[in-house]
Design a protein around this ligand. Sequence first.
Ligand code: NAP
Length: 290
Amino acid sequence: MATLIDGLAISEAIRNEVKAGVAELKASRGITPGLATVLVGDDPASATYVRSKHKACAEVGITSFGHVLPATATQAEVLALVNELALQPEVHGILVQVPLPDHINEETVLNAVPLSKDVDGFNPANLGVLGVKGSKPAFAPCTPQGCIELLDRSGVKISGKRAVVLGRSTIVGLPVAMMLLARDATVTICHSRTVDLASVTRQADILIAAIGKPLFVKADMVKPGAAIIDVGTNRIADATRKSGARLVGDVDFDAVKEIASAITPVPGGVGPMTIAMLLKNTLLAASRTS
Ligand code: NAP
């Protein structure tokens, strides 16, 4: 039976470390870390994510500055706001909530976030540096960094291990694979065209699932003793719940926990780590200011 990798407990420990770091930065240098968020449009899920980021900032003493533009905002207006925030000294980190409305080119906007304030790690230049041997990005993207922290803080060794990543998205699969490679794992990336996926996943000492398919990874796809990080966040119908639905990961948790050595639950695994890493990156950005 696998050990549970408790993302709630680990993320709380990180938030406490950030809170102590924020207090120390204020006391020693008079700097209060500041995070500006840019929300374009009225998508309720995006608004909820942004609210929870502001709440998390407040809990650790980071000031947040919320900017909301209407869904009809032009790309030039969004860029003008990002450029203005780039110049504000009290703003150490800028987070542009994605997805942006279809008429706005996401890459152009993310490129406008200066590397020194790219606390989400989504500027293509920061992502690209992950692939350069010996180089480190100004900020690692939050969800992939959260996966690595979960492994590290659970005592799962990465160096020399066979890691398999399911999914090659720009925000999760690809960067987490590059981060595992930088930590000397032997890494395979699988995607929707991978042939005989189970034969690949069965070789994994570390399996990271980030495909967005509920309960996709079954026990017979997992090597006994593997460590499993489940990034997937999928809502499925569940008549026993008042809401009529529940959240599940990409991994069939109940079956896989019987043969894995360690596993994250959903919810309560990777999810809470993403915001904890955002707070950590914002503190780092503030501490780098002269
Ligand atoms: P995405 O952009 O949709 O990418 C999905 C990836 O999975 C693609 O590379 C796709 O392959 C691959 N894939 C899809 N079906 C597959 C299959 N049957 N077999 C193998 N590979 C398959 O998704 P994402 O943004 O990376 O997110 C993945 C999951 O993580 C989602 O459930 C999302 O909600 C969750 N997520 C959670 C957090 C968090 O904080 N916990 C953060 C971000 C994302 P192709 O490239 O070939 O299409």
